[in-house]
Design a protein around this ligand. Structure first.
Ligand code: UDP
Length: 192
């Protein structure tokens, strides 16, 4: 995998389609995978917070969500050509998961957004197996992690915003072998 180092962070330099192919192979093999979709705000936050920087560096894939990252890479001489946004990854995985009967857990966003997803997901993706839903406003994260572990989803979509989502994933990813990806405000967009 080609990488480009931006301010100390190794970003994947790949087309969207190539990245998705590799990711789906890992999901098929139930490989434990942590994806960070980073925009410039995330990089700035990590530059100002050593703990967050260390967390992000543990990702299996750090991908450029944000044209600012692609432009930065190009200034550094990289041929990086496109963004890989969390929302696009989510939509692609939902369609693929539906076709291939994969399972997914949805964690994050406000209760009313999760209520909308409970209607929208089965309508649009009837063959996707839903391992569970939980809004992003909770007290006991251990309890949610236990529910995820019990249901063994192929994919865990974590839309708590940064840095919360990355800290949650770092803490609990070993409890379920599959994909864990931070998706920011993507559930809000999906629910319309
Ligand atoms: N959120 C959440 N729990 C929290 C704080 C935020 O689930 O404790 C959700 C919020 O409802 C929204 C998302 O996380 O859906 C954050 O979206 P935003 O676009 O602000 O974050 P970014 O994409 O910049 O990470």
């Amino acid at each position: 995998n080609k990488k480009v180092n931006i301010l100390g962070f190794d970003f994947l330099n790949s087309s969207f389609n190539n990245f998705m192919d590799g990711l789906k192979e890992r999901i098929n093999q139930r490989q434990n995978t942590f994806v960070v979709t980073a925009n410039p705000e995330i990089v700035v936050a990590a530059l100002n917070d050593n703990q967050y920087a260390e967390t992000i560096k543990k990702a299996d894939y750090l991908v450029p969500d944000g044209v600012g990252i692609v432009m930065g890479a190009n200034i550094l001489g990289s041929d990086m050509s496109e963004r890989i946004t969390g929302y696009d990854v989510l939509l692609d995985l939902l369609a693929w998961g539906n076709q291939n009967h994969k399972s997914a857990y949805f964690l994050g966003a406000k209760p009313e957004v999760i209520a909308d997803l409970k209607t929208i997901i089965p309508q649009k993706y009837p063959d996707l197996s839903v391992a569970g839903y939980h809004d992003g406003y909770f007290n006991d994260s251990d309890e949610i992690a236990a529910e995820i572990a019990q249901n063994k989803p192929d994919m865990v979509f974590v839309a708590l915003g940064f840095p919360k989502q990355e800290y949650f994933i770092e803490k609990y990813r070993q409890q379920n072998d599959g994909l864990w990806i931070g998706l920011g405000g993507s559930f809000d967009v999906l629910s319309g």
